[in-house]
Structure formats: structure tokens, C-alpha cells
Design a protein around this ligand. Structure first.
Ligand code: MN
Length: 270
């Protein structure tokens, strides 16, 4: 797949981008994203959780102080580690770190692991992008759909840095809408392309495992495996399975508009 950027998409118009994640500021995925955005000539500020916060969802911290610490990233530049959740770090980044500065875009990721289908409801990565949208900034969430120890970050990183980020800023996004990107864990030249996709349906089986502690009391371990079934055409799950990057527009209006008419027929309005 070619994600070569044109001169106009980056060198002539560097973007001001805040990046965050839910895997923590030391995670390799956020650094790969930063490097790709740097290479494309954008101005990047990193503000991310000071420790892994995967599956934090859209939690925010209301009842204790939030701390913000300047830290050296592995390329020697400075980033900001926040003591809160991914959503907190977006607020800290936009309002505390970049106070009074223009921000063109917020990117959350690159997450180590898929955010496909209903995963987005648990995802700290996607929730951070949602928080950016709520505050009023365009946002992209990006993940590599694999839990392997060694991940191929380049395909996702270069697509976002060279293609998607400039397009989002140029075209804008509708109100309350963000883009959720998943990439297969493949070397960049083996990624087949990019597909627009709907949110798929991914069910887990054996969700709860019952075990016993050394004194015989039961405890439970939450996890489970993905139910192995054919993914529906046009979905993010299908695109990833076929070796494509998926791009899914997601909006924060969770109203089931299609059901509204039937529900009205119940006659519960009075
Ligand atoms: Mn994560």
C-alpha cells in the first residue's frame, strides 16, 4: 500500500496535533505515531496517561487531583504524563498544556490491540478521541488489531500521519463524529489497502473464568476469546481479516434513530 504524501499534504501545511493513548506514555505505539507525525512535518504534543489504562472506557477523574508531569520521551523530546484516564489526558492536554494554542487535531493511539465492533464501548483509546470531540476538536482513534508482542506500527502510523490527518483537517468532520481506524498487524507493504467499514459484531465466548485461590475460595477472571464466526461484509472486522486498514466514522449520538418510529408506536408518550 502506498501512503506517500504529496508535498501539499504536509510540508506546506504542518498541523498542530495533540496525541494521547490508553496504553500509557511509555508505550511503543504512541511513540511510533509521534515519529510518523514528526516525519510528516507536523507539530506534535504528547499528553498521555502515566501508566497503562486500557479498557478504562470514558471514565473521568472527579474526586481527586490530577497531576501533570513533564517527561523525556525516547527521542529526547518532552511529553506530558497525566495521572488520570485517557479522557482526562485529552482535557489536560488541550486545556492545561496547550492553553491558548491552536490545535488542529487530536489523535489517540496507536493502541496495542483491536478496537473493532463493540470494543469501542470499553476502549480508552476511542474514548479519548470522543472526549476531544466533546471539547470541540476533530479526532482520530487508531489501533493495530493484534496483541502480539512485536507489532508492525508503520502501516497505521504512516496512513494517519500522511493521509488521514491532513484530510480530516482539510475537510473537517461532522459534529460529534470521529474516525476509528484499525490496521492489521502486517508489514506496511503487505497491507492491501484501506476500506471504509461499519462497526462489526464481535462476540466473546468464555467471558468469565472461575478459578480457586489457595484457600479454596472462588475468584473470577474476565477475558474470553473472540467467537470465531464469519464477519459480516463491509465491517471493520471483515476488513482487518482480509488485510485492509479499516476506517469507521463513529458518532456520539447513540440514539437508535431507526427504532424511534416503532417505539413511538408503543404509546408510552403521555
Ligand atoms: Mn490499550
Amino acid at each position: 500500500m502506498s501512503t506517500q504524501h504529496s508535498a501539499s499534504s504536509s510540508s506546506s501545511s504542518p498541523l498542530r496535533i495533540l496525541i494521547t493513548n490508553d496504553d500509557g506514555i511509555d508505550a511503543p505505539g504512541i511513540f511510533a505515531l509521534k515519529q510518523a507525525l514528526d516525519r510528516a512535518g507536523h507539530h506534535v504534543t504528547v499528553c498521555a496517561p502515566d501508566r497503562p489504562r486500557s479498557a478504562a472506557g470514558h471514565a473521568i477523574t472527579l474526586h481527586k487531583p490530577l497531576r501533570l508531569k513533564q517527561v523525556a520521551l525516547r527521542d529526547g523530546t518532552l511529553g506530558y504524563a497525566g495521572s488520570g484516564t485517557p479522557a482526562d489526558c485529552v482535557t489536560l492536554g488541550l486545556i492545561a498544556v496547550l492553553e491558548n494554542e491552536t490545535v488542529d487535531l487530536v489523535v489517540s493511539g496507536i493502541n496495542h490491540g483491536p478496537n473493532l465492533g463493540w470494543d469501542v464501548t470499553y476502549s480508552g483509546t476511542v474514548s479519548a478521541a470522543m472526549e476531544a470531540v466533546i471539547i470541540g476538536y476533530p479526532a482520530i482513534a487508531v489501533s493495530v488489531a493484534s496483541y502480539a508482542e512485536e507489532i508492525h506500527w508503520d502501516g497505521a502510523a504512516n496512513f494517519v500521519a500522511n493521509v488521514l490527518a491532513p484530510q480530516v483537517v482539510r475537510n473537517g468532520l461532522p459534529p460529534t463524529t470521529l474516525l476509528n481506524v484499525n490496521a492489521p498487524d502486517l508489514p506496511e507493504d503487505r497491507i492491501k489497502g484501506v476500506r471504509l467499514a461499519t462497526q462489526g459484531d464481535r462476540q466473546y465466548v468464555d467471558r468469565l473464568e472461575k478459578r480457586h485461590d489457595p484457600v479454596g475460595r472462588p475468584y473470577y477472571w474476565l477475558g474470553g476469546k473472540i467467537h470465531d464466526k464469519e464477519a459480516a461484509p463491509g465491517t471493520d472486522v471483515k476488513a482487518i481479516g482480509e488485510g485492509y486498514i479499516s476506517v469507521t466514522p463513529i458518532h456520539l449520538d447513540l440514539t437508535a434513530h431507526a427504532f424511534m418510529r416503532d417505539l413511538r408506536g408503543w404509546g408510552i408518550e403521555r
